[in-house]
Structure formats: structure tokens, C-alpha cells
Design a protein around this ligand. Structure first.
Ligand code: BES
Ligand code: ZN
Length: 622
């Protein structure tokens, strides 16, 4: 990795050395132009946060946290101020470590980025920000008991990625500014707090106003990976270093679905080196969790919708676990390079699935990703669309192209150089860049230095710059179709040609086979045929959220009124963006039929969604 040192004040030079050179030093900051994060107000080259220590009290009635964030700062002797990111925070005061007030000001707020919080630090290298969060904080969802499985107690969880943590932690909220952290969280009696780090007080300890839980993360992480959940939650071990947390009512089903987790960690290690985070636990959240999963270190956050009773969606766990290397160890320096997190992880996820469950299953999943790749490129406006670039404006990569195009890129390299050579390279890559930020250019540099090594013919065949910087799909893209899905295609064709639903015989189909089948059906079908399908397979009553959502999408495209009750029930009980957004989008596309339905249901559903899901649907429906 090349770290530009010229722009750094002298005292920061030590910090700019690779972490391996100074094990005790703060993780380096990249100062190259491509590593500049336009989504932060921070100016880390002048003063940067190295450690965050939180002391917060949760108030479920007010939907707020109140307390302090103590920040350790690394700054040049002449630095006068530090700039933090703050979103919807009520700042009470800022002091130095001795309690002496420091001048501070909040700049103009942007709806997405929040506001710069500038503190005049003088000689202080530890500051305390006293603050309160807003009930609308974009990272936080405060759930009333009615939205939990147990219905008895409230629940709170945070979602940091990409730039939401600044709505509950005043710090430098950029993935290139790694920070260690510690926390003390006070919660009402009877609730348990968990965080994405080491638990120092598993059962909590008595505190004024409830129970206090303390945590610590001593490896530097990008601040989007600081995560917290509070609720009536219990733990079940799955293996020596793995376990599952969920509401007690969910624990049996969750533990059964996650039975292979310990093996999964060992499988990942066998591929790309030691797991460096201690424990690997999974927290299964209420159904309003806005994503499938979130790779919070030591504690993956997961949607309950992945629990389908047949382990057919545990690739989600393989994915979040893989982020423990790609994303959490080697981190995109800015969100313009999110494919370095998501594309690498989708690739790694599939390798774990192959080793654990065999090539046939891995090929099914990779083939569906290929479908997604082609679908996304088409929806983006075709292969010339700028939003089909891997490296682009932050979060401007269309749909899930950072996942699908990114993993296809790596699969293409693997196929060209051979698996043994590629795996050795990738393992070295994770080691060389552990606990450091990375850019697209940095990855290509590393690849040329350590894999290609001047082989001109290989360089020409790979088309690296096309993959990384150009729109569309290079003509060397590797794809290996799945025979199992081809068999599903045959059944779908027969049905479309007029065959009976009873001839489909989907007994034993995995979620993936169902998705391929439903997505292969025409968006124009006659109502009796839809009724035949629904009657034969009970799709409107389907408990598998992936299958239910795909069925409802088909029903909406066909303006199939009999599925509306099922639609409304689904949209008011699940908040996973990936499953609900396509349904609202489908309704919107159906104009005078669909828009009023979308508005009516959303009016009921909105208050049950996490602010991130609500913002996505607000934007869609206008
Ligand atoms: N890190 C992502 C979730 C995320 C992405 C949060 C972008 C905020 C912005 C996570 O690892 C992820 O990719 N989740 C997927 C599941 C996966 C199996 C593809 C999801 O949520 O669907
Ligand atoms: Zn991911």
C-alpha cells in the first residue's frame, strides 16, 4: 500500500506507517485524492479521532440516548480544532478531560450528511462531548413492544452503514478513519444490551436508572461498524466461539437454522486466514431490521426472514462472516469503492458455501447473482450507463452491482490464473492490508505487484481497468450456469406454455429454486393462471419471505387483486428493504391501480419501518 506522507504534519508520520510496522500506532489514514471521503466533514490530516468512549443512557419513553462521547485525538501540535460529524444531535457542551469547557460550533446541516461539529481543542487531546440523540436519529429504531416477537418489552437497534452512526455518535464518521472504542450503556431493568465488541459485563451491573453494560473493541474499526441493540434477548451457544442472540421466542428456530455457524468460521479461516475478532455471534433482530444482514464485528446483525427452516438462506451468514476479512479487516476507504467490501465479500461468501455445502449449491447461488447482474445492468439503463461502474460516486453504483459485478470480476480473475494461485494471492492481500483502508487503485496496484508481476499477456487478458473504471460488463466475464436451475427453467417454460401448476412438482425446492421459477414467469399472466399457482402452492400464505415477496411482485405486475390482503399483511410485518422496496416500486409502476394501494398500505406500515427503510420508500413514493 502506498501511503502519501507529504501532506501529513510531522507528528502524524508515525501514524501513516503501515499498521504492521507499529503495532501500537493508530491505523493509517490514506491521503491520496481517491481516498478523500466526500461524505464526511472531518479533516483527519489536521486532527483525527483514534478512540471513542461512550457513556450513554437509553430512554425508551423519549426515544433518546443521553450522555457523553469521550474522544481521543491525534493532532499536530499547531492544530487548533477538530471537525466531527454530527446528525440531529443536541449538543449540550464540550469539555477537555478536566471538565474545562471548550468552544464548539455546529455548521449548516445537510439532510443526508448532517452537520460539521467543530471543536476548538487548544492543547486538549481528549475531549468530552455531552449530547442527546433525536427520536428520529437515522441509525436508530426504537420499537414499541407490539413490534417485537415477545410483545412485552421495547427494543432498540442501530444500523451504522453507511453514514448513519453520526446520528448517535459524534465522531469522524468515515470508513477511512479507524477508531478503537469502548462503551457503557445504561438500559432499563429487565433489558439486555449487546454491542459489536467484547462484552465485559455479560449480565450487566446495577446502575442508577437501570443496568449498565460495558463493552470494548481494541482493534481499530471504521466507525460504521459500531453497533448496539437493546431488548429482551437471550443467548444460546452454537460452538466454542459462536452463538446466537435473539428474543427468547425465536431462539430455538434461530439456533437450528444457524447450526453450521461454527463450521462456517473454520471454513472461512481455511480459505483466507485466521479469524481475527475473537467471538463470532449472530443477533437475530425483529423483522423491521432494514437489511438482510450487517457485518458488525463479533456480532452479525441479521433479519429473521433468513430463517426459513431449511437453512437455504445461510449464505447470508456466510456473507456477513466473510466481511470479517473483506470490509472489516480491509475496508473501503470511501463509499465510492463499496465494491471492495461487497464484491469481495460476495465472492468469498460463495467460496464458503462451496466448501461447506458443495459445488452444486454454490453454483445455484452464483448463477442467481449472475441473473441479478444482468437485471441490474438492464435496469440501470444498459451497459453504457455510468452507474454500472464499480468505482463511482458514493453509493451511485446501481442496485447491487457492487456485489454482482464485483464478485464476477474476482471470479473472472480466479478462472484466468487458477484457483491455487488466486487463493494464495487473496490470503496475502488480507494480511498485507489488515486493519487498513483500501481504494480501487490500491487494490489494482497490489494485484499488479503480487499476482500479475509484469506478465503482459495476463495483464491484457484481465482487462483490469475496464472492470474497475468502465461501465457495463467486459467480454471476459466468467459465468458458470447451474444445471439445477436449468432444470427449474424447463419447468417454468412448460408452465408458461400452458402446462398445469400441478405438473411443476416443486417439492423439496430451496428458496433459490423458487426464486428462479417465479422470476421466470411473464409479467403478464391471466388471473386464472395466477389463481391456479396460488391454489396449488399457497403462495399468498407463504411464510418464506423471499418466496412471498417474489410472488407478490408477480401478482402486482399483473394487478392481481386477490393477493392484496397478503401484500398488506406482508408489508406491515416485514421491513427488510430488499423484500419490501420492490413491492412498492411495482405498485408505483402500476399507476392508477397501484399508487393508491401503495399509499394506503404505506400510511399504515411506515411507523413500523426503520428510518432507513422509511427514507427509501419516502423517496420512491415521493
Ligand atoms: N453491509 C451490507 C449491508 C448494507 C449495505 C448496509 C449497504 C448499508 C448499506 C451487508 O453485508 C449485506 O450485504 N447484506 C445483504 C445480504 C447479503 C447476503 C447480500 C442484504 O442486506 O441483503
Ligand atoms: Zn455485505
Amino acid at each position: 500500500m502506498i501511503v502519501t506522507r507529504l501532506a501529513l504534519p510531522l507528528c502524524l508520520l508515525a501514524a501513516a506507517l503501515p499498521a504492521s510496522a507499529r503495532p501500537d500506532a493508530p491505523a493509517p489514514i490514506l491521503t491520496s485524492a481517491e481516498a478523500r471521503d466526500v461524505l464526511t466533514y472531518a479533516r483527519p490530516e489536521i486532527a483525527r479521532v483514534t478512540h471513542v468512549d461512550l457513556d450513554l443512557t437509553a430512554d425508551f419513553a423519549a426515544k433518546t440516548f443521553t450522555g457523553t462521547a469521550a474522544l481521543d485525538i491525534l493532532a499536530a501540535p499547531a492544530a487548533r480544532e477538530i471537525v466531527l460529524d454530527a446528525k440531529d444531535l443536541a449538543i449540550d457542551r464540550v469539555t477537555d478531560a478536566a471538565g474545562k469547557p471548550l468552544p464548539w460550533k455546529l455548521g449548516a446541516a445537510d439532510a443526508y450528511k448532517g452537520a460539521p461539529l467543530t471543536v476548538t481543542i487548544g492543547a486538549a487531546r481528549r475531549i468530552l462531548v455531552h449530547y442527546r440523540t433525536s427520536p428520529g436519529a437515522s441509525a436508530l429504531q426504537w420499537l414499541p413492544p407490539s413490534l417485537t416477537a415477545g410483545k412485552g418489552k421495547p427494543y432498540l437497534f442501530s444500523q451504522g452503514q453507511s453514514i448513519n452512526n453520526r446520528s448517535w455518535i459524534p465522531t469522524q464518521d468515515s470508513p477511512g478513519i479507524r477508531q478503537t472504542w469502548s462503551a457503557r450503556i445504561v438500559v432499563p431493568e429487565g433489558l439486555t444490551a449487546v454491542m459489536s465488541g467484547e462484552k465485559l459485563t455479560p449480565r450487566g451491573e446495577p446502575a442508577k436508572g437501570g443496568r449498565a453494560f460495558r463493552f470494548r473493541m481494541d482493534r481499530p474499526v471504521p466507525p460504521y461498524l459500531i453497533a448496539l441493540a437493546i431488548g429482551d434477548i437471550a443467548f444460546r451457544p452454537l460452538g466454542p466461539r459462536t452463538g446466537v442472540w435473539s428474543e427468547p421466542a425465536m431462539l430455538d428456530r434461530a439456533a437450528a437454522e444457524l447450526a453450521d455457524t461454527e463450521k462456517m468460521v473454520a471454513t472461512a479461516e481455511a480459505l483466507y486466514g485466521p479469524y481475527r475478532w475473537g467471538r463470532y455471534d449472530v443477533l437475530v433482530l425483529p423483522p423491521s431490521f432494514p437489511y438482510g444482514g450487517m457485518e458488525n464485528p463479533t456480532l452479525t446483525f441479521a433479519t429473521p426472514t433468513f430463517i426459513t427452516g431449511d437453512k437455504s438462506n445461510v449464505s447470508l451468514i456466510a456473507h456477513e462472516l466473510a466481511h470479517s476479512w473483506s470490509g472489516n479487516l480491509v475496508t473501503n476507504a470511501t463509499w465510492s469503492d463499496s465494491w471492495l467490501n461487497e464484491g469481495f465479500t460476495s465472492y468469498f461468501e460463495n467460496r464458503i458455501m462451496e466448501r461447506l455445502y458443495g459445488p452444486a449449491r454454490a453454483r445455484i447461488e452464483a448463477d442467481l447473482d449472475w441473473d441479478g447482474l444482468l437485471r441490474d445492468i438492464k435496469a440501470a439503463g444498459g451497459p453504457a450507463a455510468p452507474t454500472t461502474r464499480l468505482h463511482g460516486d458514493p453509493e451511485a453504483t446501481f442496485g447491487q452491482l457492487d456485489y454482482f459485478k464485483g464478485s464476477t470480476f474476482l471470479r473472472t480473475i480466479e478462472n484466468m490464473v487458477g484457483r491455487a494461485r488466486w487463493d494464495a494471492y487473496l490470503r496475502g492481500y488480507f494480511d498485507r492490508h489488515a486493519f487498513q483502508p483500501q481504494t480501487t487503485a490500491g487494490f489494482l496496484r497490489d494485484l499488479r505487484a503480487n499476482l500479475i508481476r509484469g506478465d503482459k499477456a495476463l495483464e491484457a487478458r484481465l482487462q483490469l481497468d475496464r472492470w474497475a473504471y468502465q461501465p457495463g460488463l467486459p467480454d471476459n466475464a466468467f459465468h458458470s450456469p447451474s444445471p439445477a436451475l436449468a432444470a427449474v427453467d424447463v419447468k417454468a417454460k412448460a408452465f408458461v406454455a400452458g402446462g398445469a401448476a400441478s405438473a411443476v412438482r416443486p417439492e423439496g425446492w430451496s428458496t433459490q429454486e423458487w426464486l428462479r421459477f417465479l422470476n421466470a414467469l411473464p409479467r403478464r399472466m391471466h388471473a386464472p393462471r395466477l389463481a391456479e399457482l396460488d391454489g396449488a402452492f399457497g403462495l399468498s400464505r407463504e411464510a418464506n419471505g423471499y418466496v412471498r415477496s417474489a410472488w407478490l411482485e408477480l401478482a402486482i405486475a399483473n394487478r392481481y387483486d386477490p393477493a392484496l390482503a397478503s401484500l398488506e399483511q406482508f408489508l406491515t410485518s416485514v421491513g427488510r428493504t430488499l423484500l419490501v422496496r420492490p413491492l412498492y416500486a411495482g405498485l408505483k409502476a402500476q399507476g392508477e391501480w397501484g399508487v393508491p394501494i401503495a399509499r394506503r398500505i404505506y400510511a399504515r406500515a411506515r411507523s413500523t419501518y426503520h428510518p432507513i427503510t422509511a427514507a427509501a420508500i419516502d423517496k420512491l413514493l415521493g
